[in-house]
Design a protein around this ligand. Sequence first.
Ligand code: NAD
Length: 234
Amino acid sequence: MIRIGKQDRVFVLTGAGVSAESGIPTFRGVGGLWRNYRIEEVASPQAWARDPALVWEFYSMRRRVAAGAKANPAHFALAELEQKLAERLFLCTQNVDNLHEQAGSRQVLHMHGELFKSRCDTCRRPPFADEAMYEPPASLPCCDCGGKIRPHICWFGEVPFELEEIFGALDRCTVFVAVGTSGVVEPAASFVAQVGGQGRTYYVGPELPANASAFDQCFQGEAGKTLPGLFVSD
Ligand code: NAD
């Protein structure tokens, strides 16, 4: 049980594991996404420069999988927590799916981007909603400026979004909870260390993460079974 007092500010970091029970494969697990694709061939600026059609094939496949997925009890538990805590909850996800929003969460920071958004790789046009699949024989999307439209995703070698806002929230939080993240992808793996002495830190997932020793307590179990009922607020 994680007790939330009236003064507590809660930072929740979610990873691929929170969507595993919705049928979206994690990165590294059995059946993980990377078993059929090599990361550097589909999720890096170099891959985009070399073969944008292959990159879009991969993200079209991910859009198709995510479009059919339904939020699970873990997503609903976090949406319920937002109802209780309002702005005292900061929900930061590494996931690019929209299952937190589907469950009813309103404030979600997607630090690695969003699968159902695209942006221009050349001009400053803001990211826009885009659910299309760009697979052969469809042609690749182009911007009015002549640039190529790319997935709104933080690829390997790129800087995650909104880091300043995230580090500000880590500074202020008194409770930090990481859910379903292997603790190897930086900078998210170091968030728990940022909380320092002022906060209580917890991990939820079936296996201990690589950075398990940095947490005060680990709740070993699937997110969909563990999160509902885990939080008790005053
Ligand atoms: P990861 O694949 O490295 O680790 C997944 C973690 O989830 C593992 O520690 C595993 O033990 C745990 N897990 C598996 N089933 C679980 C369950 N039912 N409940 C709770 N935990 C469970 O994923 P990561 O650490 O999030 O890696 C980061 C990268 O993965 C990010 O860049 C993220 O964008 C990307 N990713 C996102 C999605 C998505 O949007 N749904 C899917 C795959 C990967």
